[in-house]
Write a protein that binds this ligand. Structure first.
Ligand SMILES: Cc1cc2nc3c(=O)[nH]c(=O)nc-3n(C[C@H](O)[C@H](O)[C@H](O)COP(=O)(O)OP(=O)(O)OC[C@H]3O[C@@H](n4cnc5c(N)ncnc54)[C@H](O)[C@@H]3O)c2cc1C
Length: 466
């Protein structure tokens, strides 16, 4: 088996033994597995050869991009029997088609590099997330990543025109079309997007580009309640229309953690129960964007939706505002082990959901600290929790995490929401998926898995529990 892998990708690209922690440990440091080997192919043909080798030997395989996933999907289990397939060497830009507003890149391209490639041509790839400096296009599509611009441009799925996939049997499907319309048969592209490496390995993708906006402006607004933040969102949608490209929310405790662990970061507004970050992108001019944004915030303050607001005057002030939002995840890590819930709800139900669920959790788990933030514009909250102040987080999580998460997910399902908005299911949420989906939906998913990966070698134990 190892000899065949070496023949497929070259001896130096099959890593066995030594320090493989970068591949074997997940980003949150909650999981540490052991790989039979880490295999690093250089192109699609080599990926196909690896898949054929694994299929012939019945050896399971875990695809990995930037290893920034948050649900335990990209690292091997502890058995030492799974091959870790790292796509990181497949990082070439194959084509930029400016007239078609599209580009084709290999799966291991880092998102930020692809953004910069588009930017250098005056174009925009509107996929943006906190991990963009290390996550890859393959991982973004495999998880159907969301991020901060979904409100305007949609998830990774909406930004993808075509993909290239290696199947469980090692065949190559070239679906790299740059078409915006294609109703010829079942949509295989959409089947693989969001399948978290359980149906096939994505090796390349053709992505949509947009013209760069003439100006992008950022503002912060202070709200007393989440209901006010939702009303502010409605106002912003009415006033700015498609120019509204970001609408994020952060509770006071999430920003308090940023203050505590990253004291050098600037906070333009004093602390308030909720801080909203608004981003407007304007095709016309900065003056036009500023006019819309300032009038919108004035109305919000007159109507009592916001108590205070600050508009970034420079690009660096705008970056500072985004930095606050994007540092919350790191600040949580610094504070200690924590519990994450990446949930989606209809925006209209979010205030009542949070009020009821916050109260229920605080009663059942006294002292628990709520780190609630996220992409309010598209109804996605990171409804996270930190152990009580001074508690041993590891011990607290061991005792309470299953019960805490059960009650959050039960409330989400009761409110018509989703237990996974943008991070996926991985190994962390398999059981919850079974609780939240109907038997018919689960049956259809199993049928697809059986058809596309009959020997079950692709990322076993992820998405669908064995
Ligand atoms: C600080 C931080 C902020 C984040 N913010 C966001 C956010 O705003 N929105 C969001 O959606 N996510 C966010 N994430 C989660 C994560 O960055 C995304 O899920 C990202 O899309 C994962 O990309 P990756 O290349 O790191 O994939 P990995 O972590 O390597 O893999 C993720 C999953 O995809 C599979 N996979 C990877 N590559 C392939 C491939 N080529 N073919 C088939 N399967 C593959 C893996 O097996 C695994 O199941 C954040 C993570 C961090 C650490």
């Amino acid at each position: 088996m190892v000899a065949a892998l070496r023949a497929a990708v070259g001896e130096a690209q099959v890593l066995i033994g030594g320090d493989l922690s970068a591949f074997e440990q997940d980003w949150r440091k909650r999981l540490r597995g052991r790989a039979l080997a880490v295999v690093r192919p250089r192109d699609t043909e080599e990926v196909a050869a690896v898949l054929r080798t694994c299929a012939a030997h019945g050896v399971p395989l875990v695809p990995q991009g930037g290893n920034t996933g948050l649900v335990g999907g990209s690292t091997p289990d502890e058995s030492g029997t799974q091959v870790l397939l790292s796509l990181s060497r497949m990082n070439r830009v194959r084509e930029v088609d400016e007239a078609n507003l599209s580009l084709t890149v290999e799966a291991g391209c880092v998102l930020q590099t692809v953004q910069e490639t588009a930017q250098a041509r005056g174009l925009l790839l509107p996929l943006s997330l906190g991990a963009e400096g290390s996550c890859t296009i393959g991982g973004n599509l495999a998880t159907n990543a969301g991020g901060t611009q979904v409100l305007r441009y949609g998830n990774a799925r909406e930004l993808c025109l075509g993909i290239e996939v290696v199947t469980a049997r090692g065949e190559i499907w070239n679906g790299l079309t740059g078409l915006r319309k294609d109703n010829a048969g079942y949509d295989l592209r959409d089947l693989y997007i969001g399948s978290e490496g359980t149906l096939g390995v994505i090796t390349a993708a053709t992505l949509k580009l947009y013209p760069q906006p003439a100006a992008t402006l950022t503002a912060l607004a202070a709200c007393e309640t989440l209901a006010q933040a939702v009303a502010l969102l409605q106002l912003a949608q009415a006033r700015a229309g498609s120019a509204l490209t970001g609408f994020e929310v952060m509770n006071a405790f999430s920003l308090a953690l940023v203050r505590k662990h990253f004291p050098h970061l600037r906070h333009p507004l004093p602390a308030s129960p909720w801080t909203v970050l608004i981003e407007l992108s304007d095709a016309e001019s900065e003056a036009h964007a500023r006019d819309v944004l300032e009038r919108l915030l004035e109305t919000a303050m007159e109507d009592g939706l916001a108590g205070d607001a600050a508009v970034a005057e420079t690009l660096s002030q705008s970056h500072d505002m985004w930095h606050l939002r994007e540092t919350i995840t790191l600040a949580q890590m610094e504070e200690g082990l924590n519990i994450k819930h990446d949930i989606a709800l209809p925006v209209s139900r979010i205030p009542a959901f949070c009020e009821a669920t916050d109260a229920a959790l605080q009663q059942a788990f006294p002292g628990v600290r709520l780190v609630n933030f996220g992409h309010l514009g598209d109804g996605n909250l990171h409804y996270n929790l930190q152990a009580p102040e001074g508690a041993d987080s590891a011990a607290w999580l061991r005792e309470f995490e299953p019960r805490v998460s059960r009650s959050v997910y039960a409330a989400v399902t009761a409110a018509g929401g989703s237990i996974s908005a943008e991070h996926g299911i991985g190994s962390a949420k398999c059981e919850e998926l079974v609780r939240s989906k109907s038997p018919v939906a689960l049956g259809l998913m199993r049928t697809l898995k059986q058809a596309l990966d009959p020997s079950g070698i692709l990322n076993p134990g992820r998405v669908l529990a064995p």
